[in-house]
Design a protein. Structure first.
Length: 268
């Protein structure tokens, strides 16, 4: 089995994106209950990056790959690949929702009936986030193997959006056990599924899928990222702050990633 190009760097980027959940755990230990506005901006920033990259970079990259093999059908294949990505994200969301209640994050000391219920909530959140991170790991890895500059940008966006997921896992665990190491461990484990997803994706792509279909998979990656941005990141950004903070994050994210791509010599 031949390893894809940029394999080592792609795996490191995926690991970095996944383990950003541990950063969320650190923030959970330090952040004041009424100071989540930075998260609002950060989530908007991540959404802006994902939306911009999906529409201006990942879809055109998919077209470049597909048009070589399917000059007359490339547009349709990209269209259906994009829908496939959204459908996959929606199915995962439907069967294993990972909604994070911002009120619990703002007030982790709120009265609760039993400690084991809080701990169970943290564990279930960790399991749900693990499942949700599988396609994100595939997305980061696949994009990095096809275009390293684009892969770095995707890894950054997913890492930012994994930070509040780490908070969601760590807060209830820390609240019940009082032990930072347990909270950090569960938060990190919830993110480690991203590099595992990357490895599984690599095996599937290498063993079962012909190289000419990589463009369809990239289009599906764009669909997954668009769904994450609109279904998860933007609503949570609004709940943590307000639309002004969300818009600040979105615009900053778009301008930041646009400028980064220009400086790195990647043409849109």
């Amino acid at each position: 089995m031949t390893l894809p190009q940029n394999f080592g760097i792609a795996m490191l980027l995926t690991l970095f994106a996944g383990l950003a959940t541990a950063i969320g755990a650190v923030i959970a230990f330090m952040v004041k209950k009424d100071n989540l506005k930075a998260l609002s901006v950060g989530l908007g920033f991540s959404a802006g990056v994902m939306i911009f990259l999906s529409l201006t970079d990942i879809l055109p990259e998919a077209q470049n790959l597909l048009i070589k093999h399917f000059p007359n059908k490339a547009d349709w294949l990209i269209f259906f690949g994009f829908i496939l990505g959204i459908a996959l994200a929606m199915l995962i969301d439907y069967f294993i929702p990972d909604h994070v209640d911002p009120e619990e994050l703002k007030d982790p000391d709120a009265p609760c009936t039993h400690h084991h219920k809080i701990k169970r909530a943290g564990l279930l959140t960790a399991v749900a986030i693990c499942v949700h991170n599988f396609p994100e790991g595939m997305a980061t890895f696949l994009t990095a193997t096809q275009n390293l500059t684009l892969g770095v940008s995707v890894a950054l966006a997913i890492a930012i959006h994994n930070i509040p997921e780490g908070i969601a896992v760590a807060l209830p665990i820390y609240h019940v056990t009082g032990k930072k190491r347990y909270a950090m461990l569960y938060a990190a484990l919830s993110g480690i599924s991203e590099p595992i997803g990357a490895l599984i994706g690599m095996l599937l792509f290498t063993l079962f899928l012909p190289q000419m279909l990589i463009g369809i998979l990239l289009a599906a990656v764009a669909g997954i990222m668009i769904y994450i941005a609109f279904d998860t990141l933007l609503p949570l950004s609004h709940e943590y702050g307000d639309w002004h903070l969300s818009m600040t994050g979105i615009v900053t994210g778009i301008l930041f990633i646009w400028l980064s791509l220009i400086l790195l010599g990647h043409h849109i």
